[in-house]
Each structure stands twice: as C-alpha cells, then as structure tokens.
Design a protein around this ligand. Structure first.
Ligand code: ATR
Length: 272
C-alpha cells in the first residue's frame, strides 16, 4: 500500500489521518496515512527521509507550508500564487507542490453551502498566509469585488497589488469599511485562535449575507458571534474547508474524488 503523511509541528491534533482513512475506505484505496511531527528546523530532512523510504506524498501544515513551497521542484499555478504548499507528491525524483486550501474554501462555499460567489461583493479579513492561499481560487469565481481588510493595511495593499490581474481586488483598513456592505465576509485572520475579533465596524453584513470563519471549534468563534448579532443570514466555520482541501489532495494522489458529505458529518458530530 502507498504511504502518505501529514507533516507539521504540532501535528498531534491533525484530523487529516481520520479524513484520509475515511476517504480511502469509501473509495477502496489501499493506502497508509500517518502523522509526522518534524522539528521546526527539520522539515527538509523529514521530506528527504520520506522520499528515501518510498512515501508517495504528504500534506503539509503549520509551520512548514512556505518551506514546502520553496522545496518543491514543480509547482501548480495556485501553489505559485499562494507562495505556500499543503500537498506534496513524490514522483520519480520530483517534489511536486500544490495548494488545495483555496479550492477547499471555494468548494465549501459554492457546493456545500450552495452560496454563489460570482457577481457578489466579498470581504476577506486578514493578509497573512491563510488569505494569500485562497485569493486565486476566490477570484477565479469572479466576485463583483473583493476587498482585503487588514490591521496592518500595508500587507493588504501588497496582496491586492499582487493579485490585481486576476480580478477587482482592493485593500482597506478596517475603519474604512464603515458604510459599506458585503454579501460574504470571510475571516482569514488568526484572531479566533486567541478568542479575539477583528475590529470590524457595525453594518458590513448585507441582507442575506454569509459569514465564514476559516477557523472552527466547538463553539461559535467571536467573529461568527459578531456576525450573528449583526444579522448575517448564514454562518459557517472552516470544518467544511478542512474536509474539501483534503478531498482535493486525495484526488491529486489517487485520481478519485471522494464524497465529502459523510466525512464532514462525522467530524461535525465528533466536535459536538
Ligand atoms: P496565517 O498564516 O494564519 O494567515 P499570519 O500570516 O501570521 O497567519 O497572519 C495572521 C493574520 O491575522 C494577519 O492578517 C493578522 O493581522 P496583521 O497583519 O495586522 O498582524 C491577523 N490577525 C491576527 N490577530 C488579529 C486580531 N486580533 N485582530 C485582527 N487581525 C488579526
């Protein structure tokens, strides 16, 4: 059976082994998928060891996604744009890097939540790795406008500039959002990790809008609580994105697309 791992630090709580085992059972694929914690300064060594031992691929998580991007000998367009890699395939001496995070987000929004992006006004919060990773797939869905808001507004300007050829993308400081409304507000900041809320002004959620947090947890994140209080019509956390990015990686490796719905449902029940 072919061997895969998720490499990270820490990696003990990664749900990827569970998700890929479920996909493999469903698609009758004979694979082994394990966790691998690499030392923070030992990513390259860990990858060489994996290749030497005949592994077929790896998912990459915090803090190694950018290092995986640098180490890749071939990159997909979306991985190039993301400047980060979450899916590696080892093939005949090549290290092929892809990034499935963005398509994980857009599949969750468009397919699972059945919310259209085309022609809508989208607000993306944050300008770190998580946001950079989803910009290309989001812009590919042709929103009417995409605004990137960040505390450090200069980082949002850099991103908007870099992605300007892919659509109508602008940067803003949080305070500048006052008086504007959006059909979709996506939290790509790490604020939820510290139980914090990005400094959004009141009134940015349009009638019927979707609030999406890329993070997930047992309880509603502060951002989703705020969105609910502000009248957002639909709330979603990042659990669907997690399962969809895994499904895309599974398809890259195995050539088959698993049905994500039952796996997402099981994870949701486990979280409760
Ligand atoms: P990641 O890879 O998860 O995106 P990152 O690159 O460190 O992590 O970026 C974290 C993002 O969350 C940044 O956009 C950061 O804003 P700044 O660039 O201004 O630092 C944002 N962020 C983190 N905590 C936040 C908070 N409490 N409120 C608003 N934004 C926050």
């Amino acid at each position: 059976s072919d061997r895969y791992v998720v490499i990270g630090n820490p990696v003990a709580h990664s749900k990827s082994p569970f998700i890929h085992a479920a996909f493999a059972a469903q698609c009758q694929q004979d694979i082994v998928y394990e966790r691998l914690q690499a030392p923070v300064d030992g990513f390259e060594r860990a990858v060489s060891d994996l290749i030497a031992k005949g592994a077929s691929g790896a998912n990459v998580t915090v803090p190694f996604k950018q290092e995986a991007w640098r180490l890749s000998t071939r990159l997909s367009e979306r991985a190039k744009a993301a400047e980060a890699v979450n899916t590696l395939s080892f093939q005949r001496g090549e290290i092929i890097g892809d990034n499935t995070d963005g398509v994980g987000l857009t599949r969750d929004i468009a397919d699972n939540l059945a919310v259209p992006v085309q022609g809508r006004r989208v607000l993306l919060l944050g300008a770190g790795g998580a946001v950079r990773g989803v910009l290309l797939p989001l812009l590919a869905l042709a929103p009417a406008q995409l605004v990137i808001a960040n505390r450090t507004v200069e980082k949002a300007h850099v991103l908007a500039q870099q992605f300007s050829s892919f659509g109508d993308v602008h940067a803003a400081a949080y305070a500048e959002l006052a008086g504007e409304t959006f059909d979709m507000v996506i939290n790509g900041t790490s604020a939820s990790l510290s139980d914090d809320l990005p400094p959004l002004p009141q009134g940015v959620f349009a009638v019927g809008s979707l609030a999406y947090d890329m993070m997930y947890g047992k309880a509603l994140t502060p951002f989703l609580q705020f969105a609910q209080a502000q009248g957002a019509a639909q709330l979603a956390d990042g659990l669907g994105m997690l399962v969809e990015q895994a499904a895309e990686a599974f398809q890259i490796w195995r050539g088959v697309r698993p049905d994500t719905a039952p796996v997402l449902q099981t994870l949701r029940e486990q979280l409760a």
